[in-house]
Design a protein around this ligand. Structure first.
Ligand SMILES: [Fe+2]
Length: 251
């Protein structure tokens, strides 16, 4: 089975379309969405609509909510957000159609099981949906007691694979446009596909992952997209300029 793994689209339709086009070549059977469909960007309604359509194009889709999805759909008010994130989230709330708003509202809290005892998805961490996993130390703590061999997570917008193997944590940082990472049978994994719509690893290209559970391989892919177009829409919508500027540098 081939899984398309996407996270943190953040209302960036240009990046989302580029990722879906590139992913077609892998013929994914299942889609795993790790949260934050909206926030920051200018196309929330279009992105949620496309995400819902994607659910009909694959044989199965698993999804969890992100912190921006919670604020945009009114589950939370975003008092812990910085100013430009909160302004965009509240703006997003006014842009969403009632159907799309209720889709976001009904996204489940992670972790969500994908394959019994083997694969699960979470937005931040399997222990706390809003927590950022940013270091090998943190990953080691989670990997030592997690219930599933493979956890796909997002939230940090940084693609990475943490591997617990033979009592050691290996941090694998993907480089280039197509990083192929082989999974060991005895290994335990925390895997972040990176962000579709707002990468923060100083690489502005959109990021996603393909997981093949027969070959036991994860591919982290980067694709170019129309950054200028996405940035221009953000500025025209009156959203904070920083949300547009950061797309050019990937931070
Ligand atoms: Fe995010």
């Amino acid at each position: 089975m081939v899984y398309l793994v996407i996270s943190d689209i953040h209302s960036n339709m240009e990046a989302f379309e580029a990722v879906l086009k590139e992913a077609e070549g892998f013929k994914p059977d299942v889609c795993l969405f790790l949260g934050d469909a909206v926030g920051y960007g200018a196309d929330p309604d279009q992105v949620v609509l496309r995400l819902r359509r994607l659910g009909n194009e694959v044989s199965k889709m698993f999804a969890v909510r992100g912190n921006h999805d919670k604020v945009a759909s009114g589950i939370e008010e975003g008092w812990d957000f910085n100013e430009h994130a909160r302004r965009a989230a509240l703006w997003t709330r006014r842009q969403l159609s009632p159907t799309n708003l209720s889709y976001l509202r009904r996204l489940p809290q992670g972790p969500v099981e994908v394959k019994k005892g083997d694969v699960q998805i979470a937005h931040g961490s399997p222990t706390d949906e809003d927590m950022y996993i940013l270091s090998g130390y943190h990953a080691a703590a989670i990997l030592s007691f997690t219930s599933h061999r493979i956890t796909f997570f997002g939230h940090t917008h940084i693609p990475v694979v943490y591997e617990l193997l033979d009592g050691k944590v290996n941090v694998k940082v993907p480089a280039g446009d197509e990083a192929v990472i082989r999974l060991e049978k005895e290994g335990w994994y925390l895997i972040n596909p990176g962000s579709v719509g707002q990468p923060r690893d100083f690489n502005p290209k959109a990021s996603f992952a393909i997981y093949d559970d027969e070959k036991e391989v994860v591919i982290i892919k980067r694709v170019e997209y129309d950054v200028e177009g996405a940035a221009e829409k953000i500025i025209k919508s009156g959203l904070p300029r920083i949300n547009a500027e950061r797309l050019f540098v990937g931070r």
